[in-house]
Design a protein around this ligand. Structure first.
Ligand code: PMP
Length: 361
């Protein structure tokens, strides 16, 4: 098998050990004689898989007892619609920090149902930074305050949790969940699609404070009501069982490696290797993000001479450094280096970047 380093932004690289285990258990999960794909979700085997996945995620994130852990479908996009239906009464106002593409998509969807107040935006500088919290223009009685802790496309990451000021704080943590410790008790809800740091696409996770449930608008469809999932152990309908199984294996793998604090230490080291290559290139490469807000998960960078983009990508591919093309909305390159990207992958990319710059610079 060719050894590649996959820098995709999501679906993204998974831990090799997890893939091997999935392979080993594919036809016969723990002596059941069945693949997880074939099991009834109501049977004892899948019941164990789901219970362990939840318990391991609770351990990893130190999730307090007054929070529900829900496994859903529809990605983070469906949560954008579920947020106002569940947490914003008709006529209410919700507060949003606008730090880039994913904030904007959430804002657009939520505005269909509630008044949206943008407390701060970094659009003035092409979404390259996190606006200073002291400047945020908040609504005192907002239904909730929403932010995206890591803008996957812009490569902008919050390094702190904003003050909630008594308003439920809701965070789209799709692209940096499990990459660093967070104090869950500061949030009303955290949600994330699985396909970056947690598993395959098709599963989303929501960690929600119990007292916020049960207040959905009366016309909320059952499947868009978080309470339906909470009351039925994430099994109001057939859950994405195989994806939950793989996510559960990823949780065990992260635990074995020392948990999210160990992930954070590795992620800092990994990101530093690539940022160092950019910063030492005398402008051959450029990262648009403000220094203090640089993401550890997604590193966008451009080449000073865009004519070299194709050659850069072709050379990278020849070295098995894959999926480095930047998002179509921004161009350039983007290296996504989630938990499962080994340090060796970041080093291989940095070495290549140095050589390419030397050769063409
Ligand atoms: N939020 C963030 C921060 C993301 O990175 C993504 C996916 N790239 C989404 C939301 C949307 O996720 P999905 O496609 O699973 O709905």
């Amino acid at each position: 098998m060719t050894q590649v380093f996959n820098f995709s932004s999501g679906p993204a690289v998974l831990p090799h050990e997890v893939l091997l285990q999935v392979q080993a258990e594919m036809l016969d999960w723990h002596g059941s004689g069945m693949s997880v794909m074939e099991m009834s979700h109501r049977g004892p085997e899948f019941g164990q898989i789901l219970a362990e996945a939840e318990a391991d995620l609770r351990t990893l994130m130190a999730i307090p007892d007054n929070y529900k852990v829900l496994f859903l479908q529809g990605g983070a996009h469906l949560q954008f619609a579920m947020l106002p239906l569940n947490f914003a009464p008709v006529g209410s106002t919700v507060d949003f920090v606008n730090t880039g593409h994913w904030s904007k998509v959430a804002i657009k969807e939520v505005s269909r149902y509630a008044n949206v107040n943008i407390v701060a935006s970094s659009e003035d500088k092409n979404f390259s930074y996190v606006p200073d919290e002291s400047t945020w223009q908040r609504t005192p009685d907002a239904a909730f305050l929403h932010y995206c802790s890591n803008e996957t496309i812009g490569g902008v990451e919050f390094n702190h949790i904003p003050q909630a000021n008594g308003v439920p704080l809701i965070c789209d943590m799709s692209s940096n969940i499990l990459s660093r410790p967070v104090d869950v008790s500061q949030f009303g809800m955290i949600y994330a699609g699985a396909q970056k740091n947690m598993g395959p696409s098709g599963v989303a996770v929501s960690i929600v404070r119990s007292d916020l449930l049960g207040k959905a608008r009366s016309d909320t469809p059952t499947m868009l009501n978080y309470k339906s999932y909470a009351d039925n152990g994430s099994m109001y309908n057939t859950p994405p069982s195989f994806g939950i199984y793989v996510a559960g294996l990823v949780y065990k793998h992260v635990l074995q490696q020392g948990g999210v604090a160990a992930m954070e230490a590795k992620n800092i080291e990994k990101a530093n290797v690539i940022y160092a290559a950019i910063d030492a290139s005398n402008g051959f490469y450029h990262c648009p993000t403000a220094l203090a807000d640089r993401s550890r998960m997604n590193i966008p960078f451009t080449l000073a001479d865009q004519q070299l983009d194709q050659a850069f990508l072709a050379g990278a591919e020849a070295r098995h450094l894959l999926q480095l093309k930047g998002h179509r909305s921004v161009g350039g390159m983007r290296a996504s280096i989630y938990n499962a990207m080994p340090l060796a992958g970041c080093q291989a990319l940095a070495d290549y970047m140095n050589e390419f710059a030397k050769m063409k610079g």
